[in-house]
Ligand binder design. Structure first.
Ligand code: KG4
Ligand code: ZN
Length: 402
């Protein structure tokens, strides 16, 4: 039996720090990094990123930075296919640092294994076929995560039509921001914390307006809802800084729960309305469609699942929603998508074992999955975001023709 390696192309960047030893409290850093289009992978660039993180740490402590000799921090940065780790002492001594560029490629090169490049959002969609073996193409998919809101018509593996996308923020980002502003415990993620608090609140207490109703398409927008939430928080005199909900009195907690529930109702209503229209469009394009797949981190939310299952029932389709552990980012979805492509003969030969660390790779943040459905083109979006890369679908079709 042979083994194969699969590489994913995630679109998000994150970094974490862990305290290895100290008499001081725990300090963690997490922030979004700049989006790259093309970058040379050198330890210098990682050092630069690390320096940006560390300056945030020190400014959070006090200014100028104190020399806390007894603090030893492990920093781990992962972005795309890279991982960098360093151990640094509070006085600025770098005790150790390593950078591993294109993790998957290095392993494939060293062990002489073929490699399959996997689009992160395609993996969210296709993992549904691992769960529901009857799920045949074509199908409709709503993919909702921290960075994406996509409605796609999946014709076959590697061939997608984009019916809608977000013109600004994704729903997961709106959940995370709202949770942070409400002072929720973010350790298990903003989305799950907000979902839990919303159970205590009155979802009709605040009448947030539903985004983009005047646009009769399948695109999304969450930036405006975020602003409405912020204003609601401010008007209730809830501090958005250093105000953990664990310290809130009963009235304050109730007020935050009402905001959480009202936000969630409208955020999900926006999904419902867009899905309703997407189902109509999809059935016109491909009348044989039987399934709506809902996947991505936000699809693990019970309220989201329940509301979308009503939409789907009313339209005579079936909902396929992977279990929460396969909705949020996971290795299974990448491996499964690798299998789907591999079985169609789409994979690359093993990279050279001695591929240099600083080889050039093209990173494609926000790489589209498919071409846009002409009716779905949004004037609002084209003003905001120019397309940078040809879609996965057009690249696969181009290579088949060649
Ligand atoms: O797909 P994913 O794991 O990572 C990305 O590709 O972004 O999605 C992460 C997003 C985060 O914004 C997280 O807060 C959200 O999914 N999320 C949830 C829930 N679980 C995760 N949002 C709402 N309710 C949840 N239960
Ligand atoms: Zn994801």
């Amino acid at each position: 039996m042979s083994s194969y390696l699969f590489a994913s192309s995630p679109c998000s960047v994150s970094r974490f720090s862990l305290l290895l030893g100290s008499s001081l409290p725990f300090f963690g850093i997490k922030s979004s990094a700049p989006r790259f289009t093309r970058r040379r992978h050198t330890s210098k660039s990682w050092a630069h990123l690390w320096t940006r993180s560390s300056s945030k740490l020190f400014s959070a402590l006090s200014s100028p930075p104190p020399a806390y000799d007894d603090v030893i921090m492990l920093g781990i940065e992962t972005s795309c296919d890279d991982t960098a780790a360093a151990v640094v002492r509070g006085n600025g001594d770098i005790l150790s640092q390593v950078v591993s560029s294109q993790k998957a490629r290095r392993l494939a090169g060293v062990f002489n294994l073929p490699i399959v490049g996997v689009h992160h959002m395609e993996a969210h969609a296709l993992v549904a076929r691992l769960i529901e073996r009857n799920l045949q193409f074509p199908f409709l998919a709503l993919l909702i995560s921290g960075g994406h809101n996509l409605l796609i018509l999946a014709h076959k593996v590697g061939h997608y039509l984009q019916l809608g996308t977000t013109i600004d923020d994704a729903i997961g980002e709106a959940y995370d921001k709202t949770a942070r502003w409400l002072g929720l415990d973010m350790r298990k993620g903003g989305g799950p914390a907000l979902e839990e608090l919303a159970l205590e609140g009155d979802a009709n207490s605040i009448n947030f307006s539903i985004p983009m109703r005047q646009h009769k398409d399948c695109n999304f927008s969450y930036a405006g809802l975020k602003t409405q939430v912020r204003l609601a928080i401010e008007s209730r005199k809830i501090s958005m800084e250093h105000n953990p909900i664990s310290l809130a009195n009963l009235d304050d907690r109730r007020s935050r729960a009402d905001i959480a529930a009202s936000f969630q109702r409208v955020a999900v209503l926006h999904l419902e309305e867009r899905c309703q229209r997407a189902i109509e469009w999809a059935l016109k394009i491909e009348p044989s469609i039987k399934y709506l797949v809902v996947s991505g981190g936000v699809a693990s939310n019970k309220y989201v699942r329940a509301r979308l299952s009503h939409v789907v029932e009313n339209s005579g389709l079936e909902l396929v929603c992977p279990p929460p552990s396969l909705c949020t980012d996971n290795g299974v979805m990448v491996a499964w998508t690798g299998i789907e492509h591999f079985l169609l003969g789409r994979f690359d030969p093993p990279p050279p074992a001695d591929e240099p660390e600083d080889a050039m790779f093209e990173l494609r943040p926000r790489w589209p999955l498919g071409e846009e459905y002409s009716q779905g083109k949004s004037e609002a979006r084209s003003l905001k975001r120019a397309r940078v890369f040809p879609s996965l679908t057009s690249m696969i079709q181009g290579s088949v023709q060649n």
